[in-house]
Ligand binder design. Sequence first.
Ligand SMILES: C[S@@+](CC[C@H](N)C(=O)[O-])C[C@H]1O[C@@H](n2cnc3c(N)ncnc32)[C@H](O)[C@@H]1O
Length: 267
Amino acid sequence: MKRHGQGTDLSSGQRFVDTDDFFVGTKLDWWDRNGPMKKLHALNEIRLPYIEVETSRWMGTSSENSLKSLTVLDVGCGGGLLSDRLGEAGAIVTGIDASPDNIRAAKLRDDQRGFGINYLLQGVDQMENGAFDVVVCMEVVEHVDNLDQFLASCVSKVSQNGLVFLATINRTFWSLLAHKFAAEYILRWLPRGTHSWKKFVTPSELKNILRRNGFETCGVQGVSANPLSGSLFLSNQLSGNYMMVARKVRDRFEFEAQQPSDVERLK
Ligand SMILES: C[S@@+](CC[C@H](N)C(=O)[O-])C[C@H]1O[C@@H](n2cnc3c(N)ncnc32)[C@H](O)[C@@H]1O
């Protein structure tokens, strides 16, 4: 069911993404650290160091400045919370999103910050294949309608030996209680209907899609919260929020070519 609207192309009025994302259809104050985006601000404190460390590890870039001069595509960049930090870390960032309001908020922020981030109101299909060293897509995949197709498109933008970073919420009993009922109905951290639990994604589902598209998963890391301070930290607990990094090892068509054909399977 589409509750909140879909991304539309400003010039043509055409729908270009399949999503029921609350964040697409709602005007939000992205940069108020204590506002509705509080959780994403908290996540920012751990996801940027995670991306920096893993990029240095898997791409062999300097450990101090691992993102410097790398081209990074932030898919579903929202108001630019992560893009802004990636730009600050020296990356050449393109941020795309399905919502005109979000892109507007991101551009406004960058006018003040001056990192020269290229924010575009576009679907990922419209980006050039193989054009980015790193693609990040954080807190987005749990909203899209056709996950296989969406992820295949995201990872096709990564150059050979490049990386993709994903972050989402696992589909577990714990996430149903904590991320759906408690967050939306009891604690009211998120507006009701922000998430559909059925669309939460398990790490194995993501790994399988990545593998089919020529990517090898290098690491999966849980994100846990300190119940007293509310601060977030990396953990081995994968039942709620988690992040993943995967490396492009071959082209999708090479993977398909390696699979036994139906005829061979029947032999
Ligand atoms: C929860 S917000 C996350 C924003 C940002 N990635 C972050 O973590 O700070 C989800 C964002 O994904 C965007 N979005 C959802 N589906 C999308 C799609 N198919 N293509 C592009 N953007 C999409 C929404 O407009 C929204 O800005």
